[in-house]
Design a protein around this ligand. Structure first.
Ligand SMILES: [Zn+2]
Length: 292
């Protein structure tokens, strides 16, 4: 079975190039269901979640990475936050937006994301000042924009492929990503060869439905390589009752009053996972310390 969400990283024996590949089908499908996202929105969010979870594997304990994309298009802001343990969460501002296909089988993510904006990466390293890098969007297709970010902001020449394949019924059939990243001293010839093989291999959302080691071996060809790591990746939100209680405590009295009057209770919905936390009037008053 090749159904579990997993990520693999390998390096050639001469340490010139690193290839990362991830299958994220289940986690993108989970995000789609939680946000009730259209095919176009699922593709955009799924590519962003996949990129973030792949970048997150460079993190140490307790660190996190946030990938934010806003291109001024109808989908609005897209956000994904990945942790060092291989989990990721994210949301898209307008999940209902759906554009006609660019051509048969090709969702128009670029048009829906837009190009009048930026891609931003924030590495939160807890005790140290967060690192923020930002580049203007090139195509809004996300993979190309991320490759531009790697080369400009991190000086790592990279080939980035991200894809989400949606079935006619709207569910996610395959999702994944591939990074080919050059280490200092890597020759142009090597990168060119690898790039050609990646292009020949076909869409990544199809490829990740098969065996990932075979996929990498096909790209590496006669170049010997070692597996650096393999790990599971998953969608996981970090919201919990404690966090929600602190939000309720900080809300304006006027807003609380309005909610209680119109609904008879207070509902707080998590943007990331869609979880709804409901509190009765009495619970709300207790949390806010206005009942003795
Ligand atoms: Zn949540």
């Amino acid at each position: 079975m090749n159904s579990e969400d997993v990520m693999l990283r390998v390096m050639d024996r001469e340490r010139m190039v690193r290839i990362s590949v991830a299958r994220t089908t289940a986690l993108v499908e989970e995000a789609r269901v939680r946000q009730d996202a259209s095919p176009t929105a699922t593709a955009a969010l799924g590519r962003t979640l996949t990129a973030a979870v792949m970048m997150g594997l460079d993190l140490k304990d307790e660190e996190s990475i946030t990938l934010r994309i806003n291109g001024g298009g109808p989908l609005g802001n897209i956000l994904a936050v990945a942790e060092s343990d291989g989990t990721v969460r994210g949301y898209i501002a307008n999940p209902e937006v759906n554009l006609p296909e660019k051509y048969r089988g090709k969702l128009d993510v670029g048009e829906a994301v837009g190009t009048d904006g930026f891609l931003e990466v924030v590495r939160d390293m807890r005790l140290r000042t967060p690192f923020t890098g930002r580049v203007p969007l090139q195509s809004g297709e996300i993979a190309e924009d991320l490759a531009y970010y790697f080369s400009l902001s991190e000086q790592i020449p990279s080939l980035v492929s991200l894809g989400v394949l949606i079935e006619p019924g709207g569910t996610v059939k395959g999702a994944g990503g591939l990074f080919v990243q050059a280490m200092p001293g890597a020759g142009d010839e090597l990168l060119k060869t690898l790039e050609e093989r990646v292009l020949q291999a076909g869409p990544i959302s199809n490829l990740v439905q098969g065996d990932l080691i075979k996929l990498i071996a096909g790209i590496m060809g006669d170049i010997p390589f070692d597996i650096l790591d393999k790990r599971e990746v998953a969608f996981r939100c970090r919201c919990n009752l404690d966090k929600v209680v602190s939000i309720v405590t900080a809300l304006e009295e006027e807003d609380i009053q309005k909610a209680l009057e119109s609904q008879g209770c207070l509902e707080i919905c998590c943007n990331f996972c869609g979880e709804v936390y409901t509190f009765s009037e009495k619970e709300t008053r207790l949390m806010r310390g206005s009942v003795s």
